[in-house]
Design a protein around this ligand. Structure first.
Ligand code: HEM
Length: 252
């Protein structure tokens, strides 16, 4: 191999090494931190509609938070997802069947949950953000709250309508997110050299498992909260759940 080829190969390896480290880092900070804070705020559903709506309105009381969410959530999410899909495309997909062991099963579910979380987020962001920006919630009852955000009534109407898959989507979305984050935490520690020996790796895995169980409890308590209190059904000006926005008009 010529010196030039060897040096471009090593630059390529270094870029790949850096990209993998950044991929793992943004999965934990800021995305993991965001999910933990997001679920900790949303568990206000247990306290009732007013408390949940107040908690959401507080998040957006300062417009600068829209800038933070773009910089610390949307941008890292796009990078983490695109690079993750690229790694998935390059990886050996049948390993789990050829060599059936815990490591390979965990890695298989890490990729599967990653795809699931992407699907969940597409639905969730559509429900919480796209509807709002299309003006679909204007004049709806209960109003899209004075803060212009989605309300407890909006979620509860979707969740408790068993003719729609919302509850299943949320139950699986939270499960997939928690697995992806908790399992990702233990591999993050290895990738960043925080855990080196066998014992340290085992301890980090146990800590990640405990964290995962607590986060799952938080997520499921949030969902349960939508079933525990009275709410005013969410009705748009053009009838129950009938979209009045741009996309809604296209679909009807
Ligand atoms: C369990 C029930 C959940 C509820 C009730 C809920 C509630 C909300 C609400 C009200 C919003 C609108 C923006 C805000 O005020 O934050 C939102 C946006 C969002 N949620 Fe959730 N969420 C849940 C689960 C999740 C999970 C598991 C994830 C992680 C994968 C997630 C990620 C996001 C993202 C990325 C946004 C868009 C950020 C933004 O534009 O502000 N959510 N969610």
């Amino acid at each position: 191999m010529s010196t030039e080829t060897a040096s471009s190969a090593s630059t390529g390896n270094h870029t790949e090494w850096m990209a993998k480290k950044i991929h793992s880092f943004v999965g934990v900070v800021p995305l993991g931190v965001y999910v933990t804070l997001h679920l900790s705020r949303n568990v206000a559903t247990l306290l009732g509609a007013d408390e949940f709506d107040k908690a959401v309105a507080n998040t957006w009381s300062h417009p600068i938070n829209y800038v933070w969410v773009v910089l610390l959530v949307y941008l890292p999410l796009v990078f983490h997802s695109l690079y993750g899909i690229m790694l998935m495309a390059k990886s050996e997909k049948t390993n789990v069947f050829k060599h059936f062991n815990l490591e390979n099963v965990r890695y298989f579910f890490q990729r599967l949950s990653g795809l699931g979380v992407l699907g969940f987020l597409a639905a969730h962001i559509f429900l919480t953000r796209v509807h709002v920006s299309m003006g679909w919630l204007k004049g709806a009852a209960p109003a899209a709250s004075e803060s212009g955000q989605v309300t407890y009534g909006y979620f509860a109407t979707h969740m408790t309508d068993f003719s729609k898959p919302t509850l299943i989507v949320y139950a699986l979305g939270v499960l997939g997110t928690v697995y992806h984050l908790a399992n990702g935490l233990s591999t993050f520690c290895i990738s960043w050299g925080i855990t080196t020996g066998k014992n340290a790796i085992r301890r980090a895995e146990i800590a990640a498992l405990v964290f995962g169980i607590l986060l799952l409890a938080l997520g499921y308590a949030t969902i349960a909260g939508f079933f525990m209190h009275d709410f005013t059904e969410f009705v748009t000006p053009s009838g129950p759940m009938a979209p009045d926005g741009f996309l809604g008009k296209l679909m009807h």
